[in-house]
Structures are given as structure tokens and as C-alpha cells.
Write a protein that binds this ligand. Structure first.
Ligand code: BDR
Ligand code: CA
Length: 310
């Protein structure tokens, strides 16, 4: 099975991505690192463990990484995820431990210890932990198999500012380090995730599993981003982070193009924008696979089938 490290800031959609990964024998979750993002680090490092316990996986190693972005002040999103980050279903406080090792050290040490080219980084939040690891230990870039990240956008615009997506906006300096490090990059941007809508029927299918996990997932999704129904006029809000795991399991659900992607860090107006050369109008080399298309029915069938295993 494929070795992965999940770096995350749960968040209801992060939580579903974690459950999906833990339900999948194709993936070997070496560890999960918490980052500050949707909510502060103290809460994300608790929420990851709550989610592992939903999956009955107290054996998973969970680490706390960076509490704030590399340069900027932390910007959080309680307005989307609620005060706990996991509003929508109340879970007990976790009993499993947080590892003593720092999350950034875990990322560096794991990449140095494992076979080069064998570890995939799956990032579901701001890129602070990865950017910090790369700046402290530049040798790890060559050892990463690939980084599959939820973040950015092109034709779809932004969800925090007109041009910036949340994960990139929160720590654009870290994103710039990641995008210039030379690692293979796969992006799940808003262009894809805004096509993956949590319709009433899809949530009902999770509840119909008749399991606690199905009930928890449905509760989260009834809370999460449903206000976007009003914003976008669609049935259901977009579901972002589980696309990273779905891509690892069934890449044929996604379509896109290799292109050059650079991060805006200067302009006050467009900071955090991913500047995607989709049409190849520059001679800047391609550095990322930008996934724009997704089979949403296939995605939800996969997600629901994996949740049914827990
Ligand atoms: C991203 O921002 C967060 O609110 C979600 O968890 C997702 O990772 C979407 O822009
Ligand atoms: Ca997230």
C-alpha cells in the first residue's frame, strides 16, 4: 500500500478525508500532522484525534505542527466550520495521545528514514508545516514521491478574496516554497471541488448507512458550507478536502493539465492567488498537475462506500 502523511486543519471536510484514508487499505497512513488554519492549532490537534477515534484507530500517530503561518498573522474560518471546527456532530474529547515529537520534525525525519520516492504528502490545510520543513531541510524535497494538495483555483476565483482560496491565502509564503521546491505537485483547486456538491440526496445516502460513522458524516455535512447553497444557488455546498484522498484511490475520476503555477505573495489585492498558466501563454515550466474536472457521482459513490467500512 501507498505510504502517506496527512497534514490537516480539521474542519469537517478534512475530517471526512481522514476517515476516507483510514478506511482504505490501499493507503498506509504513517502519521497525521496538525496545522493551524480553519481554527487554531490547539483545536486542530484535538479534532484529528476525535476523528481517528470515530474510525476506532487510536493507534494512528498524531503530531502538532506549526501554530501560525511562516510570516503572517493567522486568519481562521470559524465562520464556516463553527467554533469547534467540527460543528454539526458533538464528539467526546479524545483519549488517544498527541505524540511528543513536533509535526515538522516528524515530516522531516520520516522523509529521511523512508525509501526515497515512497512517501506522498497529502495536505488539506495551509502549507505552513510543509513550507517550514522544506526551509529547514531542503534535502527532503527530492525524497517526496509527490504532494497532493487541496488549494488554489483559477477560473473559479477565490473563496476568501475574489482571487484567493483559503489554504493558500492563509500562508502564501509557505505555498511559494512548496511550489518552487521541485517536488511533483497535484492540485485539487476550487475549480474541481466546487463541482462536488453535498446535495440532500448524497447526505441522505450517508445517513442511510445506518452506522455511527454515517450519522457523524451526515451531521458534519448538514452544517458545513451549506450556507453556500444560498451563496451559489446550488443544492448543497462544495466538499473540498476528501478529493485529495479520492484522487489517490481513483485518479481516473479527475481530469486536468500539467501547467505552471506561481503564488502571489506581494500584491495586497491578490495575495494568495495561484497564478495558473492554463493556456501556456508563458514559457515558464510546468510544475503542477491542475485538476479541473471531476466525476462527482463517482466521487460520492467512493466516499460513501469507504465510510461504510468504518
Ligand atoms: C479549504 O479551506 C478550508 O476551509 C477547507 O477545510 C478546505 O481545506 C477550502 O478552501
Ligand atoms: Ca482543510
Amino acid at each position: 500500500s501507498r505510504k502517506i502523511i496527512i497534514d490537516t486543519d480539521p474542519g469537517q471536510d478534512d475530517a471526512l478525508a481522514i476517515l476516507m484514508a483510514l478506511a482504505s487499505p490501499e493507503l498506509d497512513v504513517l502519521g497525521i500532522t496538525a496545522v493551524a488554519g480553519n481554527i487554531p492549532l490547539a483545536l486542530t490537534s484535538i479534532n484529528i484525534r476525535k476523528v481517528c477515534e470515530v474510525a476506532n484507530r487510536r493507534d494512528v500517530k498524531v503530531f502538532a505542527g506549526c501554530a501560525r503561518p511562516m510570516v503572517r498573522k493567522l486568519f481562521t474560518a470559524e465562520y464556516i466550520h463553527g467554533a469547534t471546527g467540527l460543528d454539526g456532530y458533538d464528539l467526546p474529547e479524545p483519549e488517544m495521545p498527541l505524540q511528543a515529537m513536533d509535526g515538522v520534525d516528524f515530516i522531516i525525519e520520516t522523509l529521511r528514514a523512508e525509501e526515497p520516492g515512497s512517501v506522498t504528502l497529502c495536505t488539506l490545510g495551509p502549507l505552513t508545516n510543509i513550507g517550514t520543513a522544506l526551509s529547514r531541510a531542503p534535502d527532503i524535497a527530492a525524497r517526496v514521491k509527490e504532494i497532493v494538495l487541496m488549494g488554489g483555483g483559477c477560473f473559479e476565483g477565490g473563496n476568501v478574496t475574489p482571487s484567493a482560496e483559503f489554504n493558500i491565502y492563509v500562508d502564501p509564503e509557505a505555498a511559494e516554497i512548496v511550489f518552487t521546491a521541485g517536488m511533483p505537485i497535484v492540485m485539487l483547486p476550487l475549480d474541481a471541488t466546487h463541482k462536488v456538491l453535498t446535495t440532500g440526496a448524497r447526505i441522505a445516502a450517508m445517513r442511510a448507512l445506518g452506522t455511527r460513522t454515517g450519522e457523524v458524516a451526515a451531521g458534519w455535512l448538514e452544517f458545513f458550507e451549506r450556507f453556500d447553497e444560498r451563496k451559489y444557488g446550488t443544492d448543497g455546498g462544495p466538499l473540498h478536502d476528501p478529493n485529495v484522498i479520492a484522487y489517490l484511490l481513483e485518479p481516473q475520476l479527475y481530469g486536468g493539465r500539467f501547467c505552471n503555477v506561481e503564488i502571489e505573495t506581494g500584491s495586497a489585492l491578490t495575495v494568495g492567488e495561484t497564478v495558473v498558466d492554463w493556456w501556456g501563454v508563458t514559457d515558464r515550466p510546468a510544475n503542477a498537475l491542475f485538476l479541473r474536472d471531476v466525476d462527482a457521482e463517482g466521487f460520492f459513490a467512493l466516499l460513501t462506500e469507504r465510510l461504510a467500512r468504518l
